[in-house]
Design a protein around this ligand. Sequence first.
Ligand SMILES: O=P(O)(O)O[C@@H]1[C@@H](OP(=O)(O)O)[C@H](OP(=O)(O)O)[C@H](O)[C@H](OP(=O)(O)O)[C@H]1OP(=O)(O)O
Ligand SMILES: Nc1ncnc2c1ncn2[C@@H]1O[C@H](COP(=O)(O)OP(=O)(O)OP(=O)(O)O)[C@@H](O)[C@H]1O
Length: 523
Amino acid sequence: MILLLIILHEFYKGRNSSLSTKGGENLHCNMALPIERKTEWQYRGEGNCSLAVANLEEQQVYRFVKQYYTQQLDAITKSLDSQQTNLPTDIIEDELRKVINYVENVMQPLLSTHYVEPPVLCEIKNGLTKEAEVMVNESRPVHRRCKSQDNVDTRARTALVLPDLCFLPTTNTGPVYTCTQSLSNGTTVINDTACGPTISIELKPKKGFLPQSQYIDKASLRHQVCKYCMHQRLKAREGQWPRPTNYCPLDLFSGNRQRMKHALLGLIHTPQNNLKICKNGVEVYGAHKQKDLNLLLKDFFTGDARNKYLTSFLDLVIEILLSPRSKGGNSIETPSFNSQVCYNSKYVPKSHSKGDSGKLPMECVLEKIYSVQSLDELDIDGIYPIYQHLQTHLNSYPQHRSNWGLDGPYSEDWLTRSTFTDNSEHLQSAVLKVKKFLISKTVQDCSIMVALQPLVKRPSDMSSVINFDEQYFRYSISIIDLDPKRFDKIPTYYIMEQEMEKAYQENMDKVKLRDIGKKCETL
Ligand SMILES: O=P(O)(O)O[C@@H]1[C@@H](OP(=O)(O)O)[C@H](OP(=O)(O)O)[C@H](O)[C@H](OP(=O)(O)O)[C@H]1OP(=O)(O)O
Ligand SMILES: Nc1ncnc2c1ncn2[C@@H]1O[C@H](COP(=O)(O)OP(=O)(O)OP(=O)(O)O)[C@@H](O)[C@H]1O
Protein backbone atom coordinates (compact mmCIF):
# COMPACT_ATOMS: atom_id res chain seq x y z
CA MET A 1 0.00 0.00 0.00
CA ILE A 2 2.75 2.44 1.02
CA LEU A 3 4.63 1.61 -2.20
CA LEU A 4 1.51 2.40 -4.23
CA LEU A 5 1.12 5.73 -2.46
CA ILE A 6 4.74 6.60 -3.12
CA ILE A 7 4.34 5.73 -6.83
CA LEU A 8 1.21 7.90 -6.96
CA HIS A 9 3.07 10.64 -5.13
CA GLU A 10 5.92 10.60 -7.67
CA PHE A 11 3.40 10.54 -10.55
CA TYR A 12 1.64 13.65 -9.26
CA LYS A 13 4.96 15.31 -8.50
CA GLY A 14 5.92 14.86 -12.14
CA ARG A 15 2.59 16.32 -13.23
CA ASN A 16 3.07 19.22 -10.92
CA SER A 17 6.35 20.31 -12.46
CA SER A 18 5.21 19.71 -16.03
CA LEU A 19 2.14 21.83 -15.47
CA SER A 20 3.89 24.67 -13.80
CA THR A 21 4.36 26.58 -17.05
CA LYS A 22 0.73 26.31 -18.01
CA GLY A 23 -0.42 28.94 -15.58
CA GLY A 24 -2.58 26.58 -13.54
CA GLU A 25 -5.32 25.86 -16.04
CA ASN A 26 -5.84 22.57 -14.24
CA LEU A 27 -6.06 21.81 -10.61
CA HIS A 28 -3.28 19.56 -9.49
CA CYS A 29 -1.05 19.00 -6.58
CA ASN A 30 0.39 16.22 -4.57
CA MET A 31 -0.94 18.00 -1.51
CA ALA A 32 -4.30 16.47 -2.28
CA LEU A 33 -2.91 12.99 -1.91
CA PRO A 34 -3.57 11.10 1.29
CA ILE A 35 0.09 10.63 2.12
CA GLU A 36 0.33 9.93 5.84
CA ARG A 37 3.82 11.34 6.22
CA LYS A 38 3.83 14.91 7.55
CA THR A 39 5.08 17.62 5.23
CA GLU A 40 8.06 19.72 6.35
CA TRP A 41 6.94 23.36 6.17
CA GLN A 42 9.22 26.35 6.57
CA TYR A 43 8.11 29.95 6.99
CA ARG A 44 8.85 32.29 4.07
CA GLY A 45 6.84 35.41 4.80
CA GLU A 46 3.42 36.98 4.80
CA GLY A 47 1.40 40.06 3.98
CA ASN A 48 -2.17 40.93 4.87
CA CYS A 49 -3.60 38.52 2.33
CA SER A 50 -1.49 35.38 2.45
CA LEU A 51 0.88 33.25 4.46
CA ALA A 52 3.78 31.98 2.34
CA VAL A 53 5.29 28.67 3.46
CA ALA A 54 7.83 26.46 1.75
CA ASN A 55 7.34 22.76 1.29
CA LEU A 56 10.97 21.71 1.74
CA GLU A 57 10.63 18.42 -0.05
CA GLU A 58 9.14 19.95 -3.20
CA GLN A 59 11.07 23.25 -2.92
CA GLN A 60 7.84 25.06 -3.67
CA VAL A 61 6.23 27.94 -1.83
CA TYR A 62 2.50 27.82 -1.09
CA ARG A 63 0.60 31.03 -0.58
CA PHE A 64 -2.28 30.12 1.73
CA VAL A 65 -5.01 32.75 1.82
CA LYS A 66 -5.77 34.41 5.13
CA GLN A 67 -9.14 35.18 6.64
CA TYR A 68 -8.57 38.87 5.91
CA TYR A 69 -8.39 38.04 2.21
CA THR A 70 -11.64 36.08 2.16
CA GLN A 71 -13.46 38.69 4.25
CA GLN A 72 -12.46 41.35 1.73
CA LEU A 73 -13.41 39.09 -1.14
CA ASP A 74 -16.76 38.34 0.42
CA ALA A 75 -17.54 42.03 0.90
CA ILE A 76 -16.54 42.89 -2.68
CA THR A 77 -18.51 40.01 -4.21
CA LYS A 78 -21.60 40.96 -2.23
CA SER A 79 -21.29 44.64 -3.15
CA LEU A 80 -21.12 43.75 -6.84
CA ASP A 81 -23.84 41.11 -6.75
CA SER A 82 -26.08 41.02 -3.69
CA GLN A 83 -27.75 37.85 -5.03
CA GLN A 84 -24.56 35.82 -5.24
CA THR A 85 -24.76 32.45 -3.55
CA ASN A 86 -21.42 30.91 -4.44
CA LEU A 87 -19.53 29.03 -1.76
CA PRO A 88 -16.45 30.79 -0.34
CA THR A 89 -14.27 27.94 -1.67
CA ASP A 90 -15.42 28.61 -5.25
CA ILE A 91 -15.01 32.37 -4.89
CA ILE A 92 -11.46 31.91 -3.59
CA GLU A 93 -10.60 29.55 -6.44
CA ASP A 94 -12.00 31.93 -9.07
CA GLU A 95 -10.07 34.79 -7.59
CA LEU A 96 -6.80 32.84 -7.49
CA ARG A 97 -7.29 31.86 -11.12
CA LYS A 98 -7.65 35.55 -11.93
CA VAL A 99 -4.33 36.24 -10.23
CA ILE A 100 -2.66 33.57 -12.37
CA ASN A 101 -4.18 34.97 -15.55
CA TYR A 102 -3.15 38.48 -14.61
CA VAL A 103 0.45 37.44 -13.99
CA GLU A 104 0.56 35.30 -17.14
CA ASN A 105 -1.28 37.55 -19.59
CA VAL A 106 -0.60 41.06 -18.35
CA MET A 107 2.47 41.13 -16.11
CA GLN A 108 4.72 38.58 -17.77
CA PRO A 109 4.51 40.12 -21.27
CA LEU A 110 5.29 43.54 -19.81
CA LEU A 111 8.06 42.50 -17.42
CA SER A 112 9.49 39.58 -19.46
CA THR A 113 9.54 35.84 -18.97
CA HIS A 114 13.03 36.18 -17.56
CA TYR A 115 11.74 37.75 -14.38
CA VAL A 116 8.16 36.57 -14.04
CA GLU A 117 6.84 33.08 -13.55
CA PRO A 118 3.08 32.70 -13.16
CA PRO A 119 2.03 30.79 -10.06
CA VAL A 120 0.23 27.47 -10.34
CA LEU A 121 -3.11 26.67 -8.74
CA CYS A 122 -2.84 23.79 -6.35
CA GLU A 123 -5.53 21.74 -4.67
CA ILE A 124 -4.95 21.25 -0.97
CA LYS A 125 -6.30 18.54 1.23
CA ASN A 126 -8.42 19.27 4.26
CA GLY A 127 -6.41 20.15 7.36
CA LEU A 128 -3.21 20.89 5.46
CA THR A 129 -3.31 24.69 5.79
CA LYS A 130 -3.78 24.47 9.55
CA GLU A 131 -0.97 21.91 9.81
CA ALA A 132 1.37 24.25 7.92
CA GLU A 133 0.29 27.28 9.96
CA VAL A 134 0.92 25.50 13.26
CA MET A 135 4.31 24.22 12.10
CA VAL A 136 5.61 27.69 11.13
CA ASN A 137 3.94 29.60 13.96
CA GLU A 138 7.14 30.15 15.94
CA SER A 139 8.80 31.82 12.95
CA ARG A 140 6.01 34.36 12.37
CA PRO A 141 6.35 37.93 13.65
CA VAL A 142 4.56 38.21 16.99
CA HIS A 143 2.04 40.79 15.75
CA ARG A 144 0.87 38.34 13.09
CA ARG A 145 0.05 35.57 15.56
CA CYS A 146 -2.74 37.15 17.55
CA LYS A 147 -5.35 38.53 15.12
CA SER A 148 -7.92 36.16 13.65
CA GLN A 149 -7.65 38.02 10.32
CA ASP A 150 -4.05 36.78 10.08
CA ASN A 151 -5.09 33.14 10.43
CA VAL A 152 -5.17 31.06 7.29
CA ASP A 153 -8.65 30.42 5.95
CA THR A 154 -9.08 26.70 6.42
CA ARG A 155 -12.07 26.67 4.06
CA ALA A 156 -9.79 27.34 1.08
CA ARG A 157 -9.33 24.25 -1.08
CA THR A 158 -6.72 25.83 -3.33
CA ALA A 159 -3.49 27.80 -3.04
CA LEU A 160 -1.08 29.56 -5.37
CA VAL A 161 2.25 27.83 -5.70
CA LEU A 162 5.62 29.10 -6.93
CA PRO A 163 9.17 27.72 -6.80
CA ASP A 164 10.99 28.56 -3.58
CA LEU A 165 12.83 31.68 -4.70
CA CYS A 166 15.10 31.71 -1.66
CA PHE A 167 16.99 29.06 -3.63
CA LEU A 168 18.26 28.75 -7.18
CA PRO A 169 16.11 26.79 -9.63
CA THR A 170 16.30 23.21 -8.51
CA THR A 171 18.44 20.56 -10.06
CA ASN A 172 17.79 16.83 -9.78
CA THR A 173 19.94 16.75 -6.70
CA GLY A 174 18.13 19.64 -5.00
CA PRO A 175 19.76 22.65 -3.38
CA VAL A 176 23.43 22.29 -2.50
CA TYR A 177 24.54 23.66 0.83
CA THR A 178 28.04 22.27 1.15
CA CYS A 179 31.28 22.27 -0.79
CA THR A 180 31.89 18.59 -0.41
CA GLN A 181 29.96 15.51 -1.28
CA SER A 182 30.30 12.08 0.36
CA LEU A 183 30.47 9.23 -2.12
CA SER A 184 29.14 5.74 -1.42
CA ASN A 185 32.71 4.36 -1.20
CA GLY A 186 33.32 6.60 1.79
CA THR A 187 35.50 9.18 0.03
CA THR A 188 34.71 12.88 -0.03
CA VAL A 189 35.01 14.96 -3.19
CA ILE A 190 34.81 18.67 -3.73
CA ASN A 191 31.57 19.71 -5.35
CA ASP A 192 32.67 21.64 -8.41
CA THR A 193 29.33 23.16 -9.27
CA ALA A 194 28.16 25.00 -6.20
CA CYS A 195 29.76 25.70 -2.92
CA GLY A 196 28.55 27.44 0.17
CA PRO A 197 25.22 28.73 1.35
CA THR A 198 22.46 30.19 -0.77
CA ILE A 199 21.78 33.76 0.20
CA SER A 200 18.60 35.43 -0.98
CA ILE A 201 17.74 39.08 -0.84
CA GLU A 202 14.24 40.41 -1.28
CA LEU A 203 13.71 44.06 -2.14
CA LYS A 204 10.38 45.84 -2.26
CA PRO A 205 11.57 48.91 -4.16
CA LYS A 206 8.24 50.86 -4.37
CA LYS A 207 7.60 53.79 -6.72
CA GLY A 208 10.79 54.79 -8.52
CA PHE A 209 9.94 58.16 -10.05
CA LEU A 210 8.56 61.63 -9.34
CA PRO A 211 5.25 62.31 -11.08
CA GLN A 212 5.27 64.71 -13.98
CA SER A 213 1.54 64.81 -14.34
CA GLN A 214 0.02 68.14 -15.31
CA TYR A 215 -2.87 67.32 -12.98
CA ILE A 216 -0.73 67.77 -9.90
CA ASP A 217 -0.63 71.34 -8.63
CA LYS A 218 2.61 73.02 -9.78
CA ALA A 219 3.31 74.13 -6.21
CA SER A 220 2.84 70.62 -4.81
CA LEU A 221 5.72 69.05 -2.90
CA ARG A 222 5.00 65.87 -4.81
CA HIS A 223 7.08 67.18 -7.71
CA GLN A 224 10.12 67.23 -5.40
CA VAL A 225 9.59 64.52 -2.81
CA CYS A 226 8.88 60.95 -3.86
CA LYS A 227 5.79 59.06 -2.70
CA TYR A 228 7.73 56.61 -0.56
CA CYS A 229 9.53 59.35 1.39
CA MET A 230 6.28 61.23 1.92
CA HIS A 231 4.55 58.07 3.10
CA GLN A 232 7.30 57.57 5.69
CA ARG A 233 6.09 60.66 7.61
CA LEU A 234 2.54 59.35 7.70
CA LYS A 235 3.72 55.90 8.77
CA ALA A 236 5.85 57.47 11.52
CA ARG A 237 2.90 59.56 12.74
CA GLU A 238 0.68 56.49 12.81
CA GLY A 239 3.36 54.48 14.63
CA GLN A 240 3.60 51.90 11.87
CA TRP A 241 7.40 51.76 12.12
CA PRO A 242 9.55 53.05 15.00
CA ARG A 243 11.76 55.25 12.83
CA PRO A 244 11.73 56.65 9.30
CA THR A 245 14.17 55.15 6.86
CA ASN A 246 17.06 56.62 4.90
CA TYR A 247 16.02 54.55 1.91
CA CYS A 248 14.75 56.44 -1.12
CA PRO A 249 13.53 54.45 -4.17
CA LEU A 250 14.82 57.11 -6.56
CA ASP A 251 18.36 56.36 -5.38
CA LEU A 252 17.88 52.64 -6.05
CA PHE A 253 16.41 53.29 -9.50
CA SER A 254 19.13 55.83 -10.39
CA GLY A 255 21.45 53.35 -12.10
CA ASN A 256 24.35 55.10 -10.35
CA ARG A 257 26.21 52.50 -8.30
CA GLN A 258 27.13 54.89 -5.50
CA ARG A 259 23.56 56.09 -5.15
CA MET A 260 22.24 52.56 -5.34
CA LYS A 261 24.63 51.50 -2.58
CA HIS A 262 23.40 54.41 -0.48
CA ALA A 263 19.86 53.16 -1.03
CA LEU A 264 20.74 49.60 -0.04
CA LEU A 265 22.60 50.79 3.04
CA GLY A 266 19.47 52.76 3.94
CA LEU A 267 17.54 49.52 3.77
CA ILE A 268 20.12 47.72 5.92
CA HIS A 269 19.72 50.52 8.47
CA THR A 270 15.92 50.35 8.47
CA PRO A 271 14.67 47.32 6.54
CA GLN A 272 10.96 47.82 7.37
CA ASN A 273 9.09 45.62 4.86
CA ASN A 274 11.39 46.64 2.00
CA LEU A 275 14.34 44.32 2.66
CA LYS A 276 14.71 40.73 3.74
CA ILE A 277 17.82 38.54 3.58
CA CYS A 278 17.69 34.77 4.05
CA LYS A 279 20.46 32.22 4.39
CA ASN A 280 19.44 28.79 3.12
CA GLY A 281 15.82 29.92 3.33
CA VAL A 282 15.97 31.14 6.92
CA GLU A 283 15.49 34.86 7.49
CA VAL A 284 18.62 36.40 8.97
CA TYR A 285 17.91 40.05 8.32
CA GLY A 286 14.71 42.02 7.98
CA ALA A 287 12.19 44.06 9.88
CA HIS A 288 12.08 41.77 12.89
CA LYS A 289 15.47 40.09 12.85
CA GLN A 290 18.85 41.73 12.41
CA LYS A 291 21.82 39.40 12.76
CA ASP A 292 25.47 40.31 12.09
CA LEU A 293 25.61 40.21 8.29
CA ASN A 294 29.41 40.35 8.11
CA LEU A 295 29.53 37.18 10.16
CA LEU A 296 26.75 35.49 8.20
CA LEU A 297 28.39 36.26 4.86
CA LYS A 298 31.81 34.93 5.87
CA ASP A 299 31.33 31.53 4.22
CA PHE A 300 29.88 33.16 1.12
CA PHE A 301 33.06 34.85 -0.12
CA THR A 302 36.40 33.09 -0.50
CA GLY A 303 38.71 36.12 -0.15
CA ASP A 304 39.79 37.45 3.21
CA ALA A 305 37.71 40.61 3.09
CA ARG A 306 37.46 40.81 6.89
CA ASN A 307 34.60 43.07 7.87
CA LYS A 308 33.89 44.04 4.27
CA TYR A 309 31.65 41.09 3.40
CA LEU A 310 28.51 43.18 3.57
CA THR A 311 29.97 45.85 1.30
CA SER A 312 31.04 43.21 -1.21
CA PHE A 313 27.61 41.58 -1.02
CA LEU A 314 25.84 44.86 -1.76
CA ASP A 315 28.17 45.53 -4.70
CA LEU A 316 27.39 42.08 -6.03
CA VAL A 317 23.64 42.66 -5.67
CA ILE A 318 23.96 45.98 -7.50
CA GLU A 319 25.74 44.26 -10.40
CA ILE A 320 22.89 41.77 -10.62
CA LEU A 321 20.22 44.45 -10.43
CA LEU A 322 21.91 46.20 -13.36
CA SER A 323 22.63 43.14 -15.46
CA PRO A 324 20.51 42.90 -18.62
CA ARG A 325 19.19 39.33 -18.31
CA SER A 326 17.34 38.93 -21.54
CA LYS A 327 19.93 40.48 -23.85
CA GLY A 328 23.03 39.10 -22.12
CA GLY A 329 26.38 40.80 -22.52
CA ASN A 330 26.72 44.52 -22.81
CA SER A 331 24.44 47.02 -21.16
CA ILE A 332 22.53 49.39 -23.40
CA GLU A 333 21.27 52.41 -21.54
CA THR A 334 17.58 53.19 -21.60
CA PRO A 335 17.01 56.24 -23.80
CA SER A 336 13.81 57.32 -22.08
CA PHE A 337 15.27 57.05 -18.60
CA ASN A 338 16.17 60.23 -16.77
CA SER A 339 17.41 59.73 -13.28
CA GLN A 340 15.57 61.99 -10.85
CA VAL A 341 16.53 63.19 -7.38
CA CYS A 342 14.18 63.25 -4.43
CA TYR A 343 14.46 66.30 -2.18
CA ASN A 344 14.23 64.03 0.88
CA SER A 345 17.15 61.78 -0.10
CA LYS A 346 20.22 61.98 2.16
CA TYR A 347 22.53 60.97 -0.66
CA VAL A 348 25.51 63.26 -1.15
CA PRO A 349 27.17 62.74 -4.55
CA LYS A 350 30.78 61.62 -4.37
CA SER A 351 33.33 61.78 -7.15
CA HIS A 352 31.93 60.05 -10.23
CA SER A 353 33.21 56.49 -10.42
CA LYS A 354 34.38 55.08 -13.76
CA GLY A 355 31.68 53.57 -15.94
CA ASP A 356 28.90 54.95 -13.80
CA SER A 357 26.71 56.94 -16.11
CA GLY A 358 23.73 56.91 -13.79
CA LYS A 359 21.47 55.30 -16.38
CA LEU A 360 19.55 52.07 -16.08
CA PRO A 361 20.72 49.48 -18.61
CA MET A 362 17.96 48.25 -20.91
CA GLU A 363 16.31 45.00 -19.84
CA CYS A 364 17.80 44.93 -16.36
CA VAL A 365 15.23 44.16 -13.70
CA LEU A 366 15.07 47.73 -12.40
CA GLU A 367 14.58 49.12 -15.90
CA LYS A 368 11.73 46.67 -16.50
CA ILE A 369 10.01 47.64 -13.27
CA TYR A 370 10.62 51.33 -13.90
CA SER A 371 9.20 51.24 -17.41
CA VAL A 372 6.02 49.43 -16.32
CA GLN A 373 5.58 51.77 -13.35
CA SER A 374 5.84 54.64 -15.82
CA LEU A 375 2.65 53.49 -17.56
CA ASP A 376 0.94 55.74 -15.07
CA GLU A 377 1.42 59.15 -16.65
CA LEU A 378 -1.47 60.93 -14.96
CA ASP A 379 -0.93 59.95 -11.34
CA ILE A 380 -3.84 59.70 -8.97
CA ASP A 381 -4.81 63.36 -9.46
CA GLY A 382 -5.47 62.71 -13.14
CA ILE A 383 -7.00 59.27 -12.58
CA TYR A 384 -9.44 60.10 -9.79
CA PRO A 385 -11.70 62.36 -11.95
CA ILE A 386 -11.65 59.66 -14.65
CA TYR A 387 -12.65 57.09 -12.04
CA GLN A 388 -15.55 59.31 -10.93
CA HIS A 389 -16.64 59.75 -14.53
CA LEU A 390 -16.58 55.97 -15.11
CA GLN A 391 -18.46 55.35 -11.88
CA THR A 392 -21.22 57.75 -12.94
CA HIS A 393 -21.47 55.90 -16.22
CA LEU A 394 -21.54 52.52 -14.41
CA ASN A 395 -24.42 53.66 -12.22
CA SER A 396 -26.54 53.79 -15.38
CA TYR A 397 -24.88 50.86 -17.20
CA PRO A 398 -23.65 48.43 -14.53
CA GLN A 399 -23.14 45.70 -17.15
CA HIS A 400 -20.27 47.71 -18.67
CA ARG A 401 -18.14 46.94 -15.63
CA SER A 402 -17.69 43.36 -16.79
CA ASN A 403 -17.58 44.39 -20.49
CA TRP A 404 -14.61 46.55 -19.65
CA GLY A 405 -12.97 43.76 -17.65
CA LEU A 406 -12.41 45.98 -14.65
CA ASP A 407 -12.39 42.94 -12.35
CA GLY A 408 -10.96 40.57 -14.94
CA PRO A 409 -10.99 38.10 -16.55
CA TYR A 410 -7.45 38.96 -17.48
CA SER A 411 -7.13 37.66 -21.00
CA GLU A 412 -4.14 38.30 -23.28
CA ASP A 413 -5.83 41.36 -24.78
CA TRP A 414 -7.09 42.74 -21.47
CA LEU A 415 -5.17 45.98 -21.91
CA THR A 416 -5.58 46.48 -25.62
CA ARG A 417 -8.98 45.08 -26.58
CA SER A 418 -11.86 47.36 -27.49
CA THR A 419 -14.78 44.93 -27.39
CA PHE A 420 -17.00 47.61 -25.94
CA THR A 421 -17.60 49.25 -29.33
CA ASP A 422 -20.88 50.73 -28.20
CA ASN A 423 -18.88 53.04 -25.96
CA SER A 424 -17.55 56.35 -27.15
CA GLU A 425 -13.84 56.73 -27.85
CA HIS A 426 -13.72 58.98 -24.85
CA LEU A 427 -14.94 56.19 -22.56
CA GLN A 428 -12.61 53.64 -24.15
CA SER A 429 -9.66 55.89 -23.60
CA ALA A 430 -10.74 56.50 -19.99
CA VAL A 431 -10.87 52.73 -19.33
CA LEU A 432 -7.41 52.31 -20.87
CA LYS A 433 -5.95 55.05 -18.65
CA VAL A 434 -7.40 53.42 -15.55
CA LYS A 435 -6.04 50.02 -16.53
CA LYS A 436 -2.57 51.45 -17.09
CA PHE A 437 -2.77 53.14 -13.71
CA LEU A 438 -3.73 49.86 -11.99
CA ILE A 439 -0.91 47.99 -13.75
CA SER A 440 1.51 50.62 -12.54
CA LYS A 441 0.14 50.30 -8.98
CA THR A 442 0.81 46.54 -9.00
CA VAL A 443 4.41 47.09 -10.05
CA GLN A 444 4.82 49.86 -7.47
CA ASP A 445 4.11 47.19 -4.85
CA CYS A 446 6.05 44.18 -6.19
CA SER A 447 9.21 42.59 -4.79
CA ILE A 448 12.45 41.51 -6.42
CA MET A 449 13.89 38.18 -5.23
CA VAL A 450 17.56 37.47 -5.90
CA ALA A 451 19.12 34.15 -4.85
CA LEU A 452 22.88 33.62 -5.03
CA GLN A 453 25.24 30.75 -4.49
CA PRO A 454 29.05 30.81 -4.77
CA LEU A 455 30.79 28.40 -7.16
CA VAL A 456 34.24 26.93 -6.62
CA LYS A 457 35.42 27.53 -10.17
CA ARG A 458 34.31 28.88 -13.54
CA PRO A 459 31.48 26.59 -14.68
CA SER A 460 31.19 25.39 -18.25
CA ASP A 461 27.63 26.73 -18.40
CA MET A 462 27.93 30.45 -17.75
CA SER A 463 24.20 31.24 -17.96
CA SER A 464 22.99 33.00 -14.84
CA VAL A 465 26.54 33.19 -13.56
CA ILE A 466 28.28 36.37 -12.52
CA ASN A 467 32.00 36.84 -12.11
CA PHE A 468 32.56 39.18 -9.20
CA ASP A 469 35.90 39.96 -7.58
CA GLU A 470 37.51 36.84 -9.07
CA GLN A 471 34.74 34.60 -7.74
CA TYR A 472 31.84 33.02 -9.63
CA PHE A 473 28.27 33.03 -8.38
CA ARG A 474 25.19 31.44 -9.82
CA TYR A 475 22.12 33.57 -9.36
CA SER A 476 18.42 33.82 -10.06
CA ILE A 477 16.28 36.91 -10.17
CA SER A 478 12.49 37.08 -10.08
CA ILE A 479 9.70 39.55 -9.55
CA ILE A 480 6.92 38.46 -7.20
CA ASP A 481 3.69 39.79 -5.71
CA LEU A 482 2.14 40.86 -9.00
CA ASP A 483 -1.51 40.56 -8.01
CA PRO A 484 -4.03 42.88 -9.70
CA LYS A 485 -5.07 46.03 -7.82
CA ARG A 486 -8.74 46.77 -7.46
CA PHE A 487 -10.52 49.50 -9.45
CA ASP A 488 -12.54 50.32 -6.31
CA LYS A 489 -9.39 51.18 -4.40
CA ILE A 490 -8.85 54.34 -6.47
CA PRO A 491 -10.69 56.64 -4.00
CA THR A 492 -8.49 55.25 -1.18
CA TYR A 493 -5.39 56.01 -3.23
CA TYR A 494 -6.64 59.56 -3.71
CA ILE A 495 -7.23 60.13 0.01
CA MET A 496 -3.95 58.47 1.00
CA GLU A 497 -1.94 60.66 -1.37
CA GLN A 498 -3.39 63.79 0.19
CA GLU A 499 -2.76 62.50 3.70
CA MET A 500 0.84 61.69 2.86
CA GLU A 501 1.49 65.15 1.47
CA LYS A 502 -0.16 66.75 4.48
CA ALA A 503 1.90 64.66 6.91
CA TYR A 504 5.11 65.55 5.08
CA GLN A 505 4.24 69.26 4.96
CA GLU A 506 3.36 69.32 8.68
CA ASN A 507 6.65 67.67 9.52
CA MET A 508 8.54 70.23 7.43
CA ASP A 509 6.71 73.06 9.19
CA LYS A 510 7.60 71.55 12.56
CA VAL A 511 11.27 71.31 11.62
CA LYS A 512 11.24 74.91 10.37
CA LEU A 513 9.68 76.17 13.61
CA ARG A 514 12.26 74.24 15.63
CA ASP A 515 15.09 75.77 13.58
CA ILE A 516 13.68 79.29 14.05
CA GLY A 517 13.37 78.57 17.79
CA LYS A 518 17.02 77.48 17.94
CA LYS A 519 18.15 80.64 16.09
CA CYS A 520 16.18 82.85 18.51
CA GLU A 521 17.82 81.12 21.49
CA THR A 522 21.29 81.91 20.17
CA LEU A 523 20.52 85.62 19.62
O1 LIG B 1 -0.23 51.91 -0.60
P1 LIG B 1 1.15 51.50 -0.21
O2 LIG B 1 2.21 52.10 -1.05
O3 LIG B 1 1.38 51.71 1.25
O4 LIG B 1 1.28 49.92 -0.46
C1 LIG B 1 0.59 48.93 0.29
C2 LIG B 1 1.63 48.12 1.04
O5 LIG B 1 2.17 48.95 2.04
P2 LIG B 1 3.69 49.40 2.13
O6 LIG B 1 3.66 50.89 2.02
O7 LIG B 1 4.47 48.74 1.07
O8 LIG B 1 4.07 48.97 3.50
C3 LIG B 1 1.02 46.91 1.72
O9 LIG B 1 2.10 46.17 2.27
P3 LIG B 1 1.98 45.55 3.77
O10 LIG B 1 0.78 44.67 3.75
O11 LIG B 1 1.86 46.74 4.67
O12 LIG B 1 3.27 44.79 3.95
C4 LIG B 1 0.28 46.02 0.72
O13 LIG B 1 1.21 45.48 -0.18
C5 LIG B 1 -0.78 46.83 -0.02
O14 LIG B 1 -1.30 46.03 -1.06
P4 LIG B 1 -2.70 45.24 -0.91
O15 LIG B 1 -3.65 46.22 -0.30
O16 LIG B 1 -2.36 44.09 0.00
O17 LIG B 1 -3.02 44.85 -2.31
C6 LIG B 1 -0.17 48.06 -0.68
O18 LIG B 1 -1.24 48.83 -1.20
P5 LIG B 1 -1.31 49.33 -2.72
O19 LIG B 1 -1.11 50.79 -2.67
O20 LIG B 1 -0.24 48.65 -3.48
O21 LIG B 1 -2.67 48.96 -3.16
N1 LIG C 1 8.03 31.98 -4.18
C1 LIG C 1 8.51 32.48 -3.06
N2 LIG C 1 9.73 32.14 -2.62
C2 LIG C 1 10.24 32.63 -1.47
N3 LIG C 1 9.58 33.48 -0.68
C3 LIG C 1 8.35 33.88 -1.06
C4 LIG C 1 7.75 33.41 -2.26
N4 LIG C 1 6.51 33.97 -2.37
C5 LIG C 1 6.36 34.76 -1.29
N5 LIG C 1 7.45 34.72 -0.50
C6 LIG C 1 7.67 35.46 0.76
O1 LIG C 1 6.43 35.69 1.40
C7 LIG C 1 6.18 37.09 1.53
C8 LIG C 1 4.69 37.37 1.45
O2 LIG C 1 4.20 36.95 0.21
P1 LIG C 1 3.18 37.83 -0.62
O3 LIG C 1 3.82 39.16 -0.89
O4 LIG C 1 2.77 37.05 -1.77
O5 LIG C 1 2.00 38.02 0.43
P2 LIG C 1 0.81 39.05 0.38
O6 LIG C 1 -0.10 38.71 1.50
O7 LIG C 1 0.25 39.07 -1.00
O8 LIG C 1 1.53 40.43 0.67
P3 LIG C 1 0.91 41.92 0.56
O9 LIG C 1 -0.35 41.94 1.37
O10 LIG C 1 2.03 42.75 1.15
O11 LIG C 1 0.70 42.17 -0.90
C9 LIG C 1 7.02 37.73 0.44
O12 LIG C 1 7.31 39.07 0.75
C10 LIG C 1 8.25 36.83 0.46
O13 LIG C 1 9.10 37.18 1.54
